[in-house]
Design a protein around this ligand. Structure first.
Ligand code: ZN
Length: 268
């Protein structure tokens, strides 16, 4: 194959990867061995095992010798998995390590989140969640995503991130089985992160559907993490008492008081 042709194909694969990461529903492509060789030739930690043709992220994680996320096939499959779990490119940088490197706006809040993660298995088993509250730009969403990345890197992909406004939008737009499947995932996944509680504009049927998902998760002891800018009073004005009880019952409330880092934090 001509070098120019090779580069062209490589660029096309890369652009497809980027295109796919725009839409969560679109990521089901199985990558061929040939494509793998074009994107990442021979720099895997074990070429016999660590390639991704037809393999899922968890397969590659299991097979990858070093379990080091610099192994290109593992990294590639991992990023695809993040998108499947609702985490878009913009937030792929958000791991505990990189948050620590960039500077933590609120040490106390950070420590409390870390403590939750240190006992993640127990917390997920008991359905314990978190409510991360505070002003815009204090790092709530990044930390919620860091929790998910920690979980996914340890091989558990049963988690999902969604801004509440998108969640409601999806419920509204999807039809029939497609909607049922989506709602089912929201009710059942081991960890659900709902971003920006209180920023949604909805009422009536869609709002009821959302409250129903929260109640079901509560009854099934599934952990939910919320981020929100709302104060306790604003929360009371907005949601019914029943649902506020559901939010709070199994959840630790963490207040973020640090200065906004928005603008300083950049995706890497
Ligand atoms: Zn490897």
């Amino acid at each position: 194959m001509m070098e120019r042709e090779r580069t062209g194909q490589k660029n096309q694969i890369i652009s497809e990867i980027h295109k796919d990461s725009q839409t969560v529903t679109n990521i089901s492509h199985i990558i061929t061995t040939e494509q793998v060789q074009l994107v990442s030739p021979k720099n895997t930690c074990n070429p016999d095992h660590c390639f991704y043709a037809g393999r899922t992220y968890t397969d590659i994680l299991y097979l990858c010798d070093k379990k080091d996320f610099n192994c290109p096939p593992l990294l590639y499959a991992y990023k695809n998995q993040l998108v499947k779990c609702g985490i878009y490119e913009r937030y792929h940088w958000a791991t505990f390590e990189s948050i620590q490197r960039q500077g933590i706006p609120d040490q106390q809040a950070y420590k409390t989140v870390r403590a939750y993660v240190d006992s993640l298995q127990e917390n997920l088993k008991s359905g314990n969640g978190l409510i991360l509250k505070g002003n815009v730009g204090t790092g709530k969403t990044s930390l919620a995503i860091a929790i998910m990345q920690h979980m996914i890197r340890n091989g558990d992909i049963n988690c999902y991130f969604v801004p509440l406004a998108s969640l409601l939008d999806e419920i509204f737009t999807r039809q029939g089985n497609d909607r049922a499947e989506y709602v089912d995932k929201l009710k059942n996944c081991k960890l659900l992160v709902i971003d920006d509680l209180g920023q949604e504009h909805s009422e009536g049927w869609v709002q009821l559907k959302f409250e129903n998902i929260i109640s079901e998760r509560y009854n099934r002891c599934r952990s939910t993490i919320f981020t929100s800018n709302l104060t306790a009073d604003q929360m009371k004005n907005r949601y019914t008492e029943r649902i506020i009880d559901r939010f709070r019952d199994n959840s630790k409330i963490i207040n973020f008081t640090g200065k906004s880092l928005r603008g300083q934090l950049r995706a890497v």
